[in-house]
Design a protein around this ligand. Structure first.
Ligand SMILES: C[S@@+](CC[C@H](N)C(=O)[O-])C[C@H]1O[C@@H](n2cnc3c(N)ncnc32)[C@H](O)[C@@H]1O
Length: 199
């Protein structure tokens, strides 16, 4: 059974979610299915991701990716983190339905509640582009991901092309401040996704 480390507040948005200028995306069932059945398996093949022991998905939302990551990467520890407790409750149900053991953690990507070097792989399906606080928020997010990754660990994220296809208006002009996090080395890219390793 998945573990909700921070108990949810029934039916209410968290203070963080209430006060944030982050705008949630709608829930499209067809989009979720496409992501689980096509997008994520394609990403795993395209980047040739193998086994990773400790895997964190930041901005896991409804947990659509978690069963696929569990099946394909066989991690010993799988964690999904999100700022929205209502989405985490859905993720909890999704994981339970799929029989996936995942830790679901309520937290802010810009201040991750994990020790340094806790993960071998961090995956982000677009959250760093849309996190509150503009470019500064994105930088905080990248620095935090860098901190919780072990040296030599991998960070997989969407490219601006993927963002532009998914959110043509909202993603206009949004790029990530990679130059401010020089320890991330761009290892391979497959049009929609990039894998960086932490030097
Ligand atoms: C682009 S959606 C991605 C959702 C899901 N991973 C997917 O691929 O469909 C962004 C997710 O990031 C979460 N989020 C936004 N700001 C966040 C923050 N500061 N910390 C953690 N999660 C955040 C949102 O609640 C939302 O679930």
């Amino acid at each position: 059974m998945p573990t909700l480390l921070t108990p949810p507040t029934q039916g209410r948005a968290t203070p963080a979610a209430r006060n944030s200028e982050y705008q949630a995306f709608g829930n499209l069932v067809a989009r979720n299915d496409l992501q689980a059945l096509v997008e994520i398996p394609t990403m795993i093949r395209a980047l040739r991701l193998g086994h990773f022991g400790r895997v964190l998905e930041v901005g896991c939302g409804r947990g659509i990716a978690l069963p696929v990551l569990d099946e394909r990467l066989s991690p010993e520890r799988l964690v999904g983190l999100d700022i929205d407790e209502a989405l985490l409750r859905e993720a909890d149900r999704n994981c339970a339905r799929a029989g996936v053991r995942a830790e679901l953690v309520h937290g802010d990507l810009r201040a991750l509640p994990f020790d340094d070097a806790s993960f071998d792989l961090v995956i982000d399906f677009g959250t760093c582009y849309h996190v509150s606080g503009g470019r500064r928020g994105s930088l905080q997010a990248l620095l935090e991901i860098n901190r919780v990754l072990r040296r030599g660990g991998a960070f997989v994220h969407e490219t601006p092309v993927a963002q532009h296809l998914a959110h043509p208006i909202r993603s206009l002009g949004r790029t990530l401040p990679w130059k401010r996090v020089p320890s991330f080395f761009r290892e391979k890219s497959a049009l929609l996704w990039t894998l960086r390793t932490k030097a």
